[in-house]
Design a protein around this ligand. Structure first.
Ligand code: SF4
Length: 889
């Protein structure tokens, strides 16, 4: 829209308030209370401008842009008004605050307008109790941006206003300190604060960053883009990128404050060989020669079936691509896998079976288009917090929310229907929803006619699961199942998100297919705001598998037997023998059939279930190479060779998030010590094993170009294009293709129609037993990540220092334990000791534990059962006994 600003014609974007429209074209009008992430507020009066036709200055943040309007941003009276406002703020403002952080917006305005601060510092206005956020309310100017961003973006309401009129001020909600409030430490209040009243502790301690680098978060599969601030090659802070399409200027506690691990004192920065019982540092040449020698010896003695490699969800696409190519070309084996095996392999298998492509059908942006959102087996606000906050906000703004989860997770507080199935009964429950939809004639007949096959057979099978027949076995009320079915089928578009509460079961793949059946039945696929969308757990777990760290698939999930072009690009034949997945490799090791294993960025000892069995397998190996940032439990207890990898802050590459989006990872600092990028290490070993030519990559960009050459759906995603905010979502087959936000809009991968798949329920082999009366669910929590390797070494650790066992008040009373008391948790497979936590989220008969503390060693307790299709372990159902008491040291 064309308007006149300060006597010149200016074209400003439509749809923005005047202040933001002026900022968008580079016209500087000051403001203290505005933030593009928030609704305009009009409190600070710094953004006053003259608009022709108005007798008085107007607050530009509250003014609509109209065609041909004439605006004056600078005049004597405007300057005088702003000066007066600043003088008023300066009356009680402590001068020292300005000198320590001159770049804060308020401090820049004080300097620009030559306004001195005249206040004094009051000790009682400091709150130093939060491990990540320092609070100095001497600097608060009552713009209420902190309060508003916590409400409007995070939906947490951790800040509140107290007092009236001029006495109104900001305090933590319901507590004396922020850390005791409902705060989730997302740092949004810090990001928006214009004065430094709220500040990152790390910035105060290490100094203000002198350089900012845009990269992608190293934690969960949401894939938030971050700006990482550094000073003298030290990571100081990380803030969300405002223009990132995934996170829109928001992050969570891990992305925001979980970077301390980079400079942790126990980073392992030298290659090491185990000699006797101890580790000895060696040169890279010696370490690589030893890896090559050990694998060569295993190959000579027992052949390619006896060696394997495991890729990493924490490593880049480029790292994982090179690793699986190494397994296939250098070792001659398809024994290659990654940790998708233990999380979302059932999602890939189930969605591939149902729709032809094993990945999320839609995009996170669809949350705002969905009229109904189903969150099934996913604690999104803790494990995918930025997406979780978006779902919470959608529910607050009117979207229907159905939560399917045995625990009363935070999203359940916002849900219209909360179904709490007994873990292990997802297939029963999802079939019951489908049966109710058919029974109540809520099927989308038009969609069925145009795009779906197999209804009749499916309806016969599913009729066995009417809610009234299965409700008792699921532990869910039949009327509630029918209510959920009606909402999902009629209040469309309806979007499903699911997590490990679906996949980490003996019925994992079956349950994913059940979800896909629901989407097909109701026409909730192929349109915005619908679909079936796995919330991927780790930053690049989607990418690691997609790059070919899978025994049955090459890059792009190309079946090994049907992808002849790989041999052309690689200049060598691909091994044809079936490969072993991660679980099978450990099984093989335990019986002496696997001799050498190379594990990159995955602490299998701590995170695999049934730790006693994992230990036996790892102890049986002749060679165990661990490549990581730290001597993790796998390395510490069992490795023979340790190779120091650098973190993702220290290298270039790409990650793939849970919505098929490939985004750039950029080097923020040089690799610390003697650490190297994963791909460089793998290429060096390939060289030492006589295969230099196929691994002669100059940099990650060269690897990415080869990936594009073998992966048709990614061919259009050059680094140059990926450099734009948000990267691109595949399929993106050509250089001019815009990327794909929505799959299956006009057909399915295999053709125009998709079949419904009848699925019968198979009970879990983890059956009930009188000696083990409680059902244990394991999972993650907000402040720690998986094995805790990174978060335990960051400021976030202080927010949750160890694992806990969450129990209902009824069970705690029956066992005779109190909150915080250490308990002994025993299953058929082992024992762990950890503090109990009485939690209103738990139902009687069930308990929940995290597994991020190696001292707890929680996976001592989890069992051997697996999804029969993918071998994904059944982490979500272990029968246990809980007792008071403490294991002897
Ligand atoms: Fe990182 Fe996930 Fe948090 Fe975003 S939501 S900041 S990607 S951990």
């Amino acid at each position: 829209m064309r308007i006149t600003v300060d006597d010149r014609a200016v074209d400003v974007p439509d749809g923005l308030p005047l202040l933001r429209a002026l900022h968008a074209v580079g016209i500087d009008v000051p403001s203290l209370c505005d933030d593009p992430r928030l609704a305009p507020y009009g409190e600070c009066r710094m953004c006053l401008v003259h608009v022709e036709g108005h007798t008085q200055p107007v607050a530009s943040c509250l003014t609509e842009v109209t065609p041909d309007m004439t605006v004056t941003t600078a005049s004597a009276d405007l300057e005088s008004a702003r000066h007066g406002m600043l003088e008023m703020l300066a009356q009680h403002y402590p001068p020292l605050a300005i000198t320590t952080s001159a770049d804060k917006p308020l401090h820049e305005l004080f300097a620009l307008n030559d306004v001195p601060a005249l206040g004094r510092d009051r000790a009682d206005l400091h709150d130093d109790t939060h491990p990540c956020i320092a609070i100095d309310m001497n600097r608060c100017i009552d713009c209420f941006r902190c309060v508003r961003i916590c409400d409007e973006v995070q939906g947490q309401f951790a800040w509140q206003l107290v007092g009236r009129g001029a006495d109104t001020h900001v305090v933590p909600s319901g507590a004396d300190t922020l850390v005791a409030s409902p705060c989730v430490s997302c740092g949004a209040c810090v990001d928006t604060c214009p004065t430094g009243a709220l500040e990152d502790r790390s910035v105060i301690e290490l100094g203000r960053p002198t350089r900012w680098t845009r990269t992608t978060c190293p934690y969960c599969g949401v894939g938030c883009e971050l700006l990482v601030g550094t000073r003298e090659e030290h990571v100081v802070t990380a803030v969300p990128a405002l223009d990132a399409p995934v996170n829109h200027g928001h992050a969570c506690v891990k992305g925001r404050y979980g970077h301390g691990f980079v400079h942790a004192g126990d980073r392992a920065l030298e290659p090491m060989l185990r000699d006797g019982d101890g580790w000895h540092s060696v040169s890279w040449e010696a370490a690589i020669a030893r890896v090559a020698e050990d694998f060569r010896r295993a190959l000579e003695r027992t052949g390619p079936k006896s060696v394997g490699v495991l890729g990493s969800a924490r490593a880049t696409n480029e790292d994982n691509y090179v690793l699986q190519k190494f397994a296939r070309l250098v070792l001659g084996t398809n024994n290659v896998d990654c940790c998708a095996r233990v999380c979302h392999a059932p999602s890939a298998a189930g969605l591939r079976h149902a729709f032809g492509t094993g990945a999320a059908t839609n995009s996170f942006a669809d949350i705002e288009h969905a009229r109904t959102i189903v969150v099934c087996g996913a604690n999104a606000t803790e494990n995918h917090p930025v997406v979780g906050a978006r779902i919470k906000q959608a529910a607050r703004h009117g979207a229907t929310l159905i939560v399917i989860d045995p625990r009363r997770i935070e999203l359940a507080e916002h849900a219209d229907v909360h179904l709490r199935p007994v873990p292990g009964t997802n297939v029963l429950l999802l079939n019951a929803i489908a049966a109710a939809i058919i029974d109540e004639r809520l099927v989308d007949e038009g969609f069925m006619h145009e795009r779906v096959d197999g209804f009749d057979e499916y309806a016969v099978t599913t009729a066995q699961y009417l809610p009234e027949r299965v409700a008792g076995r699921c532990g869910v009320d039949a009327d509630a199942i029918r209510a959920a079915a009606r909402l999902y089928a009629t209040n469309r578009p309806a979007m499903i998100f699911h997590g490990l509460g679906v996949t980490e079961h003996a019925q994992g793949t079956a349950a994913v297919v059940c979800l896909a059946n629901l989407a097909l039945l109701t026409g909730n696929v192929g349109r915005a705001g619908s679909g079936v969308n796995p919330l991927r757990g780790q930053n690049n777990v989607q990418g690691a598998a997609h790059m070919g760290c899978e025994p049955d698939f090459l890059t792009g999930f190309a079946p090994i037997a049907a992808a002849p072009w790989f041999a052309d690009v690689w200049g060598a034949a691909i091994p044809e023998a079936d490969g072993l997945d991660a679980m099978e490799m450990l099984d093989a090791a335990a019986v002496g059939a696997l001799h050498a294993l190379w594990v990159v960025g995955w602490d299998i000892r701590q995170t695999q279930p049934n730790a006693t069995m994992t230990e036996r397998a790892l102890a049986s190996l002749d060679t165990l190479v661990v490549q990581d940032l730290f001597l993790n439990e796998t390395a510490r207890q069992h490795a023979t060779i340790f190779l120091p990898a650098c973190s993702t802050f220290e290298k270039n590459g790409t990650f793939m998030n849970g919505e098929r989006r490939v985004q750039r990872v950029r080097k923020v600092i040089e690799p610390l010590g003697n650490s190297r990028a994963d791909w460089e290490i793998v290429c060096a070993v390939a060289d030492a094993m006589g295969q230099a030519e196929q691994f002669a990559f100059a940099d990650p960009a060269a690897i990415w170009d080869e990936i594009r050459a073998v992966w048709p759906a990614g061919a259009g995603m050059s680094y140059a294009r990926l450099d734009a905010p948000g990267g691109l979502q595949w399929p993106c087959p050509t250089d001019d293709h815009p990327g794909t936000t929505l799959l299956h809009a006009n057909g399915f991968t295999a053709g125009p129609r998709a079949p419904l798949h009848p699925i019968d329920h198979t009970p879990s082999p983890e059956d009930e037993h009188p000696d083990f009366p409680l059902l244990l669910i394991t999972g993650r929590a907000l402040d720690q990540f998986n094995s805790g390797t990174m978060t335990r070494r960051s400021l976030t650790n202080a927010l949750r220092t160890t694992d806990t066992l969450d129990l209902s008040a009824a069970d705690a009373a029956a066992i005779g334990i109190t909150d915080g008391e250490r308990v002994e948790l025993t299953s058929r497979y082992g024992t762990a000791v950890l503090p109990a936590r009485v939690s209103h989220a738990m139902q009687a008969g069930q308990c929940f534990a995290t597994f991020s503390d190696p001292d707890t060693d929680l996976n001592r307790v989890t069992g051997p059962h697996r999804d029969p299709v993918t071998n994904t372990p059944e982490y979500k159902r272990t029968m246990v006994n809980v007792r008071r008491g403490k294991r002897e040291p």
